[in-house]
Every structure is written in structure tokens, then in C-alpha cells.
Design a protein around this ligand. Structure first.
Ligand SMILES: Nc1nc2c(c(=O)[nH]1)N[C@H]1C(S)=C(S)[C@@H](COP(=O)(O)OP(=O)(O)OC[C@H]3O[C@@H](n4cnc5c(=O)[nH]c(N)nc54)[C@H](O)[C@@H]3O)O[C@H]1N2
Ligand SMILES: Nc1nc2c(c(=O)[nH]1)N[C@H]1C(S)=C(S)[C@@H](COP(=O)(O)OP(=O)(O)OC[C@H]3O[C@@H](n4cnc5c(=O)[nH]c(N)nc54)[C@H](O)[C@@H]3O)O[C@H]1N2
Ligand code: SF4
Ligand SMILES: [Mo]
Length: 709
């Protein structure tokens, strides 16, 4: 056991999925570095990769189920925990119906094969309308535009950044995030290569971000101004006869309607809302049209704002209008080793929107889920259909969703709450039971999500690095166990059926399901198997993206002007007629944070405090704020006190605060995070400020007042 061994696998803390080389000795990690032989990341890793070790070894990480008795937590046995949870959830379902049990799933779900297979089976199988996830605080608008335009909510275009001649980035900061809905490890090198081959990079962002600093040009934009800007781009493209959809033209519906609606949005008309000079808009349109290939790419900044739905649609529309959808160097579709979209489409599952609406505010369902902006009110508003119990899985909604403070109060009122998570954090401390799963190094990994949105086709899978502890459970096992204890005996299957289902579920491990998926997948002609993917220990490169349209379109057509967007234009016109708010808040991702959950790593917490309010010098002077001083920030829903950082990298009239902080809440058992708790920006963001069309949370553009504290 003492022998030194080298393992090649990947970090899957985020979508970039960077290859790592880990040296172990005596069951411990001696060294972790980037894998130079990895064809995707070529030796790159970001500072967060060391958190693989830190979380693995974290003494605060939970390894046994815990039950709360008032303010005290006691360890209990798994069997007792499963029985307790199942009994409570069954009783609440019996008394109030299936919708009374809500579910919230967080971001790490996407990087956890067992939560994608058995987790979905269990949580969606509960048959509740009250399904919530981080999707509605993130990429929902992109998925919605894929559903409404391309006919499947998971058919997401990816900018082909390794071959493009022109990349226009709106509301994304890949130099820090390492790309999202764009698996592109070591993005900075790729962006440098783009410029080195004569291509151009333009970034549109209310902050001169780390990505903007690498660009040929950076344009400040008022938060929420993207939809008007994109409409103006289309207006110029149409009036200057620059629209050339190329080979896609015969597959487009309602291009004429798009032209007609864009006509009213001249660059001059939208300028007050966007803050972008009309000449700049015209230049952008002409450059996009003239480039041999170009891609417009937008992410969190265009999604989590008042007009995220419209903006996502219009990004696709510009890519199509300039002939760049599905062409090398444009926005393309990956071909992942498991064709979830094809499999789902054949079963008639393309996604859904607006099938039902939330009880209190009437926000639309998307993909079977309701917007997380309405979770708190669905708990704290009495009446038929009220939520009485909650299951959280791999999420920390108290820190990650708008008006987390209201949600926190609502959670305390629940009859029952269970969290599947290995940290006692801001959310799970309110649970009655915590069920801690294994962590990344203790379980098999098959990458499902990253290569569905990768800038290069590929595949990756590897076995657990360390055996799990004798009394640990994987997420999928927890979900399977709960599922069988909630539904049987007495469920539709009866006692014998329940036992059979459990045996079947245990035999169908996530790995076996994935193996079947690969065998049926798009590379079956090449006889690709999961075993072959696992043998490729540096990751399997399956080549550059290939054009896939029109075959990949489930309905064979692209809708350029879906009615749901046309209806929403009225709301945009009304906003354009109003004066903009004097001071608005936006977010900021940081290299050594991953949303809320890596702040218990000493190495990642080193250096200056990072939870600071970024203020432009003019605003600082006007408001009487000084660098290093404290500011009190107020919004409709709450307030926070934070240290001030003065910089002209932020545009005047905008302030920025990172998310994922606020660890000072009582009962949080994160000893390192507690040394620098910071304030939660989501105690300021407003659940009532959202994209009404899609239901997505509005983190960007929240009206605030700031004064010295
Ligand atoms: N203001 C503001 N708010 C935001 C954002 C923003 O930019 N600004 N960004 C939004 C975005 S993009 C996202 S994705 C969300 C994230 O929102 P969440 O997913 O709710 O929050 P995370 O901080 O990612 O919390 C992840 C939780 O999962 C646990 N965990 C980690 N790995 C596993 C695992 O393998 N299994 C299980 N069961 N648990 C695990 C961690 O301990 C942690 O408690 O936040 C959103 N909130
Ligand atoms: N280091 C690190 N990496 C991460 C994460 C992390 O927390 N830390 N989180 C991961 C997750 S869950 C995700 S979803 C991805 C997100 O990946 P990205 O979307 O690339 O990351 P953000 O930093 O949120 O980028 C949003 C940008 O939009 C800008 N912005 C804000 N409002 C507006 C607006 O109205 N219009 C425009 N045009 N721009 C605006 C912001 O200033 C910011 O630069 O990152 C992932 N990677
Ligand atoms: S970018 Fe960092 S956190 Fe994301 S996969 Fe790569 S090393 Fe891990
Ligand atoms: Mo995210």
C-alpha cells in the first residue's frame, strides 16, 4: 500500500474537465498537477483543482448521516436515516399530496453521473410539480431558446473557438470561469491562439473583465442591455442587406417576421438602454457579417437578467442571420459519445415550457421544473398546494438563489427537510436529516455533460481513485434506497415488486447505464465502448466539431421568431421608455471560488479578502465611499455591509459583488470558511426581479442604494 502510483484522470469540479495527474502513496495524495498528455487541457489546471484534495481530506466533510435535534446534530446509522426520511416523506405525501414535497437540485449534479441517472429517476419520479434547480438561476434561457428555435432544449450551440475568425462575447468571463456551455479547458490559451491567427475577440460586459483584458475591444454595456443591443445588430444586418443564412436558409421559418420586428430597434433608439454608441453597433454588425467565420457567445451575464430569454434567442438569431450556425468557426453542435438528445427525442421528450404555472406568482414551468425565484413563496404562502417538505441535493440555495434570506426563513418553517450533501452549510443546517454522499475521488466518473457542449468532440471516463469508507454511500445509492423505501411496500408495485425494483436498480449501476448509452451512441460505427473510453486515460479526442444540421433538428426546422418571444417584446419596449435606475448591482465570478462550496479550502482562501464591492471612482466620490472602507448596500429585499474596492474596470452606475459568500450564518460547520465569511449578494438580489418571460432569476441589474457604513 505504501507504493507510489500515478493516476491520470480529470478534475470534474466544473465543466472544463481538465486532465490531471495525481500521485498517491499509502492511500494519500502526494501531488496533483495538470496532465500534459491530455489532448483537451494539455497540462492546464486552474487553482480550484487542488480543492479535489482539500475537500477529500476536509475534516469538516460529513461521512455519516446526521439528524438534527433542535440546534444539535447527532450521527445516526444509514438504515435509521433512510427509514426516518422515507417515513416522513411518505406521511407528508399521504396527507398533502405529491406536490407538497419539493426538490432543489444544485450545480454539482451536472458533474455526477449517479445524480444524472438514479438521482433524476428518484427526484423526478416523486411526481411533484415543485421541482427546482440551479437551472433557473443559470442557463435556462439558453435551453429555452434551443427548445423554441431548434426543437430540443438540450441542443445547445457551442462557439467553435479553436477555428473562429471572430468571437463576440456577451456576459461571459471564460478567462475566469473556464467556459460554460462551452467546454474549453485553458480558454486563455485558446483565446490567445485566436488572436495569434489574426482573429478578433470583442467582449461586451459592464465590467472590464479578465476576458475583456485579453480582447481586441471591450464595450461597456448597461446591465440588461443585451436584448436591445442584439435587436439593433439585427436591424443593421437587415437594413444593410448583410443577412446571409447560407445553406440553412431552406430550413428557416419566419425569417421575415424577424426582419419586420427588428426594424424598429435602430442603434440610436436602444443606445440609452445599452450605453453602446450607435457607431459601435454598426461596426460590430459589419464585422460579424464580413468575418469568414464568426460566433456570438453569451453566458450567465445574458441569462440571469431581466431580458435573458430575449437575449438568448437573439444570440442564436444573429449567428443564423450571419450564416454562422453549424459552420466551422461559427456556433456548432457537439457530438457526445452518449446521444441523450437523440434517445430522448425518440421517446418524444424534447423538453417543455409553460405546461403549468407556479401556484403563487404564475411563473412558467420549464423542463418539468418551476423557477427557483418562487421557491420561498411556495413554502411560506399558505393554502392548497403549499410545500411542506423539501429535498435538497447537491445545492446551497440559501446562498445561491435570489433573496436567500427569505428562503432561509421559509426553510425553517418546513415540516421536514432532508439534504443530500457532505457539508453542514448555510442550507443543510436547516435540514432535519443530512445524508452525505461520497466525493469525487471515491466514485466512478463518466463525463456526460461536458462533451455535450464541448468545443471539440471527446469522451472521458475513469474509475474511483480511492475506495470509499466502509460506511459511505454514493449519491446514486442514496437515491435508489430512498426511492425504494418511499414507494414500496404499499406502493403500486407491492412488496415483491419493490424488492425486485431495488435489485434491478442495484444491478443497473450508473456505469452500466452509461456503457449501454455509449454502445448505442453516435460512435457505434467506430465500435466505441465505455471500456475503450476508460482505457484512454488522458481523455479520448474524437476530433473537431462537425456540421450536424438539419439532421440534428428533431423537427427538421428552425423557428426564427417564436411567438413567446414576440409577446415579450412589449415588456422590452416599456423598459426602453423608462429612465434607467441610478445604481445597479451585478455579480463577479472569482478564480478561487466555485459558487459557494470551496471556501473551506485553506489554499483557496489565501490572500486578500475577496468579497468586496467594486465601485467606479466617480460613483465612489459621489457616494462618499473610499477604497478599503465599508459600504452599506440596500435593495428592496435586504442589506449587506461589505468592504469597498474602487476601480474604473466597472462602468459608472454599476457596482459588483461576487456570489457564494455569507458563511457567517449560525450553525454553519465550515471552519475555514468561517474565518472569512463575507456577505451574501443573494441577501440583496430580489426574487421579484426576474425575467418574466422565462422565469429565470435576475442577478444582474438589481437596483441598489449604497452609502458609507
Ligand atoms: N447572485 C448570484 N447568484 C448565483 C449566481 C451568480 O452568478 N450570481 N450563479 C448561479 C449559478 S450559475 C449556479 S450554477 C448556482 C449554483 O447554485 P447551487 O448549486 O445551489 O450552489 P453551489 O454553491 O454550487 O452548492 C453546491 C452544493 O453541492 C454540494 N456538493 C458538491 N459535490 C456534490 C456531490 O457530488 N453530491 C452531492 N450530493 N452534493 C455535492 C456542495 O457541498 C454544496 O453544498 O448559483 C447561482 N447563483
Ligand atoms: N472560478 C470559477 N469558475 C466557475 C464558477 C465559479 O464560481 N468560479 N462557476 C461555474 C458555473 S456554475 C458557471 S454557470 C460558469 C459561468 O461562466 P461565465 O458566464 O463565463 O461566468 P461569469 O463570471 O458569471 O460571467 C458573467 C459575465 O457577465 C457580465 N455581466 C453581468 N451582467 C451583464 C449584462 O447585463 N450584460 C452583459 N453583456 N454582461 C453582463 C459579468 O460582469 C461577467 O463578466 O462558471 C463556472 N466556472
Ligand atoms: S477549470 Fe479548474 S475546476 Fe474546472 S475542471 Fe479545470 S481544473 Fe477543475
Ligand atoms: Mo452555473
Amino acid at each position: 500500500m505504501k507504493e507510489r502510483r500515478i493516476h491520470h484522470r480529470a478534475c470534474h469540479l466544473c465543466e472544463a474537465s481538465c486532465g490531471v495527474r495525481i500521485t498517491t502513496e499509502g492511500g494519500r495524495i502526494r501531488d496533483l498537477r495538470g496532465d500534459p498528455a491530455d489532448p483537451f487541457s494539455r497540462g492546464y489546471i486552474c487553482p480550484k483543482a487542488t480543492a479535489l484534495i482539500d475537500v477529500h481530506e476536509d475534516p469538516d466533510r460529513l461521512r455519516r448521516p446526521m439528524r438534527r435535534e433542535g440546534d444539535r446534530w447527532v450521527e445516526i446509522a444509514w438504515d435509521e436515516a433512510f427509514d426516518l426520511v422515507a417515513a416522513r416523506l411518505r406521511a407528508i405525501r399521504r396527507q398533502h399530496g405529491a406536490d407538497a414535497v419539493a426538490v432543489y437540485q444544485g450545480n454539482p449534479t451536472a458533474h455526477n453521473i449517479g445524480l444524472l441517472t438514479h438521482g433524476q429517476l428518484f427526484l423526478r419520479g416523486l411526481g411533484t410539480r415543485n421541482l427546482y434547480s440551479a437551472t433557473s438561476a443559470d442557463q435556462l434561457p439558453h435551453m429555452l431558446s434551443s427548445l423554441l428555435m431548434f426543437g430540443h432544449q438540450a441542443l445547445l450551440p457551442v462557439p467553435d473557438i479553436d477555428r473562429t475568425d471572430y468571437l463576440l462575447v456577451l456576459g461571459a468571463n471564460p478567462a475566469v470561469s473556464n467556459g460554460s456551455l462551452m467546454t474549453a479547458p485553458d480558454v486563455k490559451r485558446r483565446l490567445a491562439a485566436l488572436r495569434a491567427r489574426g482573429g478578433r475577440l470583442v467582449v461586451v460586459d459592464p465590467r472590464r473583465s479578465e476576458t475583456a483584458r485579453l480582447a481586441d475591444r471591450h464595450l461597456f454595456i448597461r446591465p440588461g442591455g443585451d436584448a436591445p443591443l442584439l435587436l439593433a445588430l439585427l436591424q443593421v444586418l437587415f437594413t444593410e442587406r448583410l443577412v446571409r443564412p447560407g445553406p440553412l436558409a431552406p430550413h428557416l421559418d419566419r425569417l421575415g417576421e424577424l426582419e419586420a420586428l427588428a426594424a424598429e430597434f435602430s442603434p440610436e433608439r436602444v443606445a440609452p438602454a445599452t450605453g453602446v454608441e450607435p457607431d459601435e453597433v454598426r461596426a460590430l454588425a459589419r464585422e460579424l457579417a464580413a468575418a469568414p467565420s464568426a460566433a456570438v457567445y453569451g453566458r450567465v451575464g445574458v441569462c440571469t437578467q431581466e431580458f435573458g430569454g430575449l437575449a438568448s434567442w437573439l444570440i442564436n438569431a444573429v449567428n443564423i442571420a450571419t450564416g454562422n450556425l453549424d459552420r466551422p468557426g461559427g456556433a456548432m453542435f457537439s457530438t457526445p459519445p452518449i446521444d441523450i438528445i437523440g434517445l430522448a427525442s425518440r421517446l418524444g421528450a424534447r423538453g417543455s415550457f409553460g405546461r403549468f404555472r407556479s401556484r403563487v406568482r404564475g411563473l412558467p414551468e420549464f423542463g418539468g421544473e418551476l423557477p427557483v425565484s418562487c421557491l420561498a413563496e411556495e413554502i411560506d404562502t399558505p393554502g392548497p398546494g403549499q410545500i411542506h417538505a423539501l429535498i435538497t441535493s447537491a445545492g446551497n440555495p440559501v446562498l445561491s438563489t435570489p433573496n436567500g434570506a427569505r428562503l432561509e426563513r421559509a426553510l425553517a418553517q418546513l415540516d421536514f427537510m432532508v439534504s443530500i450533501d457532505f457539508y453542514l452549510n448555510e442550507t443543510t443546517r436547516l435540514a432535519h436529516v443530512i445524508l452525505p454522499p461520497t466525493f469525487a475521488l471515491e466514485r466512478d466518473h463518466v463525463e456526460l455533460v461536458a462533451f455535450a457542449v464541448s468545443v471539440r468532440n471527446g469522451a472521458r471516463a475513469f474509475p474511483a481513485l480511492f475506495p470509499r469508507g466502509p460506511d459511505q454511500r454514493h449519491d446514486w445509492e442514496i437515491c435508489l434506497e430512498l426511492m425504494s423505501r418511499i414507494h414500496a411496500p404499499g406502493g403500486r408495485l407491492g412488496r415483491a415488486g419493490g424488492a425486485l425494483a431495488r435489485r434491478l436498480g442495484r444491478a443497473l449501476t450508473p456505469r452500466r447505464l452509461a456503457a449501454a448509452g455509449v454502445a448505442l451512441g453516435p460512435y457505434r460505427d467506430r465500435r466505441l465502448t465505455l471500456r475503450a473510453i476508460e482505457r484512454a486515460e488522458h481523455g479520448l479526442d474524437l476530433g473537431p466539431l462537425r456540421p450536424r444540421l438539419p439532421d440534428a433538428l428533431p423537427g427538421g426546422r428552425i423557428d426564427m421568431a417564436p411567438p413567446a418571444y414576440l409577446e415579450d417584446l412589449g415588456r422590452l419596449r416599456a423598459r426602453l421608455a423608462e429612465p434607467p435606475a441610478a445604481l445597479v448591482l451585478i455579480g463577479r465570478r472569482q478564480l478561487r471560488s466555485n459558487n459557494s462550496w470551496l471556501h473551506n479550502s485553506q489554499r483557496l482562501m489565501k490572500g486578500k479578502p475577496r468579497c468586496t464591492l467594486l465601485v467606479h471612482p466617480e460613483d465612489a466620490a459621489r457616494l462618499g465611499l473610499v477604497a478599503g472602507g465599508q459600504a452599506r448596500v440596500r435593495s428592496r429585499v435586504g442589506q449587506a455591509e461589505v468592504p469597498v474596492e474602487v476601480s474604473d474596470e466597472i462602468m459608472p452606475g454599476v457596482v459588483s459583488l461576487p456570489h457564494g459568500w455569507g458563511h457567517g450564518r449560525p450553525g454553519v460547520a465550515l471552519r475555514v470558511a468561517a474565518t472569512r465569511p463575507g456577505a451574501s449578494v443573494n441577501d440583496l438580489t430580489d426574487e421579484a426581479f426576474h425575467d418574466r418571460m422565462s422565469g429565470t432569476a435576475g442577478f444582474s441589474g438589481v437596483a441598489v442604494e449604497v452609502e458609507p457604513a
